[in-house]
Design a protein. Structure first.
Length: 671
């Protein structure tokens, strides 16, 4: 009998075979690889949905009888994230069919392995399988980031990403070992013996560092603004939409599900603090970046921070025996994770389409694309509205639920936690406002105004498969935004795994009700109201507008008429990306990002404009990367000294290491 788990395994086998096909010649290799990845992603989405609707299938051992049986299972939590992975992977593969059919064999072979690594991580029911899938996902994504190694920026991004990927695995391996202190590495056995005391604190620190680095939590986010832009557009969409959520899944699995409900209130404090810092820093950087893909990568840091806040609140509420509030916070995190996977994939694919059409990622070289690329503009507008948390789009529901959970944090009977929750709520609200400003800046610079380059003026929408890859997540973004109640009901299994409680009794098709005062969010009613108001405004404008169309020259801010080689106007007469970000850069940049500005004024009589040069330094560069660079230099210097050792001294090094390890093993056995 075919089950959701067996079909998912069939999808994994298909992805494992596709890299071998990528080595073929003389036939459409790219179409086969991406088509097979599309089919596998559709299988993942279907199996995840089936498991959520019909219950979890029985676990299955992939390699029975071996020393590591690789136990696979599909419960409510993994099914929710598998649905997320399938939807994001299907959109990414569909887009790749249009633009990346002739990609190098290295990219074609690593892409299905990337999907397979994420799926294996989600299906794992033991620590060994989870680590195997997690590290496979990391190595495959590193190969995709390092595909274009000719540019120095891409080489640096790939090198930094590999360092963080290795460090992430180094942290997760001892965390799994501490969780499996009883000798069993299955999740079921870990639940029977949750960690306590120093072991619990060590697990918390290691899991937050290991999975948080892969998710992009501050201060472990330094790789993300570099690696996501360096990868191809469909890979960037999959990394931002799915890979960061797989890391969030590892956080949720190891810190909420496996460790049990017996942890104290402070168990969620690191996620609250790091999540709030990530939300504000990512949203602020998104307002300062001039590269469109880097802007979206920083926006991912902001949204990952919001999801981490939800998980931290769920931990604290569960420890305070507030099950309904814990389910509310966990539901907000799960809902926002799914919605962010879709609208961020949509934005990355939409900006990838802009890159193919206008041949640039820089905002200062775009403009006016709403006329040249109407399909892309409409899809990106939906994604930008969701990222800006505009109701009734999908990005609003999760953030609204998170805010309701933060406002209810006073019910935790701990004054220090109440003060912390107030600060986190203020930072989350600030991050939401900054995110809205960043999306307005992104869409305005790229699609409104006049074209800033001839290539932008001659851009056009891509072929129909690429348009469908944009319309699919755009449509789901609208549908999920209108139906947050049914989506929360669908996530009941995930909430049961995290906090052993659900919120389905207050989630209906028309509304979500939370709190003792029965506060409600009714997206369908809001959509109808906006439709009526929009129709009334259009009717009044058309009724009062004079007949005919009057045209006049565009206002050039007092500049002289543009030369003949700039028929669409001088780009200097339009706002720049740095100029739009200047107010926020001056208000918030100094205390957070240490911004610096320099103004170059032309000499008297020179008609050229004044130029402003601005920059900033991410705190992680000073707090993390600079000490690591000094440590690297010190290690290199000390390693070079080994060349001066004699042969006897060189032989004593491995012998002494072996003796120390044997002594350590004997001490552990004695205890």
């Amino acid at each position: 009998m075919l089950t959701a788990l067996s079909l998912t395994l069939a999808g994994l086998v298909m992805l494992a075979v596709l890299p071998l096909l990528a080595l073929g010649r003389g036939w459409p290799v790219g179409a086969v690889v991406h088509g097979g990845s599309l089919l596998a992603a559709a299988i993942f989405a279907g199996c995840g949905l089936a498991a959520l609707l019909g219950g979890a299938p029985a676990p299955q051992a992939l390699m029975p009888g071996s020393w590591a049986p690789m136990l696979l299972a599909l419960d409510g939590l993994s099914a929710w994230f598998l649905l997320l992975l399938g939807l994001a992977g299907a959109c990414s593969a569909l887009f790749a069919l249009s633009h990346y059919g002739r990609a190098p064999a290295r990219v074609l072979s690593a892409y299905p392995l990337f999907l397979a690594g994420m799926a294996l991580t989600l299906l794992a029911a033991d620590g060994f399988t989870l680590l195997l899938g997690f590290e496979g996902m990391s190595l495959a994504s590193w190969a995709l980031v390092a595909a274009d190694h000719e540019q120095a920026e891409n080489r640096r991004a790939a090198r930094l990403y590999l360092i963080f990927a290795v460090a992430s695995g180094i942290c997760l391996v001892p965390a799994i070992g501490l969780l499996a202190a009883g000798g069993e590495i299955t999740f079921a056995a870990m639940r029977e013996a949750p960690p306590e005391g120093w072991r619990a604190a060590a697990v918390l620190a290691l899991v937050v560092a290991g999975a948080g680095a892969k998710a992009g939590l501050v201060p472990l986010h330094a790789w993300l603004p570099l690696a996501h832009p360096a990868a191809p557009s469909h890979v960037s969409a999959l990394m931002s939409g799915a890979m960061t959520k797989v890391a969030i899944y590892v956080l949720a699995r190891l810190l909420l599900d496996v460790t049990g409900p017996a942890q104290p209130i402070w168990w969620g404090v690191p996620l609250l603090v790091l999540g709030a810092a990530s939300a504000v820093l990512g949203a602020l950087r998104a307002n300062l970046e001039e590269d469109s893909k880097t802007l979206l990568a920083c926006s991912t840091i902001e949204n990952v921070g919001l999801i981490a806040i939800g998980l931290g609140l769920a931990c604290a509420f569960r420890a305070a025996d507030l099950g309904a509030l814990a389910a509310l916070a966990a539901g907000a995190a799960a809902l926002h994770a799914l919605n962010h996977a879709l609208f961020k994939s949509l934005l990355f694919l939409g900006l990838g389409e802009v890159l193919h059409g206008a041949a640039s990622r820089r905002l200062d070289r775009l403009g006016g694309l709403i006329h040249a690329m109407p399909w892309t503009a409409a899809a990106v507008l939906v994604g930008a509205g969701a990222a800006a948390s505009l109701p009734p789009l999908s990005g609003f529901a999760g953030e609204w639920l998170l805010l309701q959970a933060l406002l209810a944090a006073w019910r935790v009977g701990d004054l220090a936690f109440q003060v912390l929750a107030v600060g986190v709520a203020a930072m989350a609200a600030l991050a939401a406002a900054l995110a809205a400003a960043a999306m307005v800046r992104l869409f305005g610079m790229a699609f409104l105004g006049r074209p800033r380059t001839p290539r932008a003026a001659g851009a056009a929408d891509g072929p129909w498969p690429a348009r469908l890859a944009l319309l699919l997540p755009a449509g789901l973004t609208v549908v999920f935004g209108l139906l947050p109640g049914p989506m929360l009901s669908l996530a009941e299994g995930a909430l049961q795994a995290l906090v052993r409680q659900d919120v389905t009794e207050r989630a209906t098709i028309a509304a979500i009700r939370v709190g003792d005062g029965a506060g409600a969010y009714m997206p369908i009613g809001i959509a109808l109201l906006l439709a009526v108001l929009g129709a009334a405004i259009v009717f009044l404008v058309k009724r009062r507008a004079p007949s005919g169309v009057a045209r006049s020259p565009a206002w050039d801010c007092g500049f002289i008429a543009p030369p003949q080689h700039l028929p669409f106007g001088d780009p200097i007469t339009q706002p720049s990306a740095a100029g739009l970000g200047q107010p926020l850069r001056r208000m918030l940049g100094n205390p957070v990002l240490a911004v610096h500005e320099g103004v170059t004024m032309p000499p008297p009589g020179d008609p050229s404009p004044a130029r402003i040069e601005a920059g900033f330094a991410d705190p992680s560069d000073r707090l993390l990367l600079a000490p690591l660079a000094r440590l690297r230099d010190a290690v290199v210097v000390r390693t070079e000294r080994l060349r001066d050792l004699t042969l006897a001294q060189c032989l004593m090094l491995p012998f002494g290491t072996l003796v120390a390890l044997l002594a350590l093993i004997a001490w552990l056995e004695a205890r």
